[in-house]
Design a protein around this ligand. Sequence first.
Ligand code: NDP
Ligand code: MG
Length: 384
Amino acid sequence: MKKIALLGATGSIGQQTVDVVNMHQNEFQLVSISVGRNINEARKIIKACSPRFVSVLHKEDRDMLQLEFPHVTFAYGHEGLIEAAIYEEADIVVNAVLGSVGLEPTLEAIKRGKPIALANKETLVTAGHLVMEAARKYNVPILPVDSEHSAIYQCLQGQDEKAIERLILTASGGSFRDKTRKQLEGVTVKEALNHPNWSMGAKITIDSATMMNKGLEVIEAYWLFGLPYDKIEVVLHKESIIHSMVEFQDTSVIAQLGTPDMRAPIQYALTYPNRLELPNAKRLQLWEVGKLHFSQMDYSRFRCLAFAFEAGKQGGTMPTVLNAANEEAVTAFLDGHISFLQIENMIETAMNRHDVMQNPCLSTIKEVDLEARQFVRSLITKRG
Ligand code: NDP
Ligand code: MG
């Protein structure tokens, strides 16, 4: 029985993780969870899975739930999130919270020797060097949940990693893949949230539409697989059937395929190196798909991807700024305060004014993250 701490249990990845746990009750048990504001969903998970420890975002919610579930230990806020991650009994942490708030719980869990199944890509973008350094020091595996990175991880099993020539990440193109930049000017939040292939949380759906999601994934791949940026490529592949590929020095390319269903990579991270069946999942029938399409990435159309490569290559604190500015700008877009194309303008402005510091420690990362957020918020306030 593998005991799981699940951060972000009420989110899209969180709920699919709960699904996987419920499908294999002899294999997995949820012992600790964190949620944010969605208390109704938290109640359902507590009733269905009986975790022993639950952390919520707000103290009022903690007080209310504690009365309802006297046998559960509750906590709240950032400290609570960390406590949920380091819960003594947990054998593995699934980090499915949103944003760079996932960084410290990850670092603390690594220090206690807990393997991390990582969906929370912002953690690796904002401080990949700290996470990978800690993972090496405490000999803890970081198991990718993001479908592209899970694909690459699967392609690399039993392979000669010294012979990798390129990682090829596939990108669906998101909600606006067929629109020109001119057509992007008037797009609405509702249109942006309508992803053609994947059903995901709001922030990552917007990130997919701006292509920042792929940019964050390029940086994530850099840290997970240790390849230089000129060996990481992105190709547009609108069907999301090939989840990513690895090319080797002998020109052989290995790809991982499947229907778009995040439960598959979530489950693989939990069962690695073994596999289990995935009940109720749609199996891939290539004749149903018919054709797979590929096209070259256009960096002037998808500027956020170019920003991410630039931030990654500059290194140090620049990816922290990229991520923090993006988190704030996407929130502002979702709240109706800025237009879609202003997301990338704000990220570009935040990056341009930042002087990179190399090899930042955790407190520098936190300061730079906060400063970039405040700067983007000030731009939004100025707009009125
Ligand atoms: P959601 O927005 O659906 O869920 C986010 C989760 O984090 C919720 O449980 C939410 O709580 C919680 N949360 C949000 N903010 C805070 C906070 N400040 N403190 C504590 N908890 C918080 O996101 P997704 O599930 O879509 O994505 C989660 C992560 O996984 C992201 O990093 C994303 O990039 C990554 N990912 C997602 C994929 C997907 O298919 N969705 C695919 C690959 C990666 P509540 O809802 O209760 O407020
Ligand atoms: Mg992905």
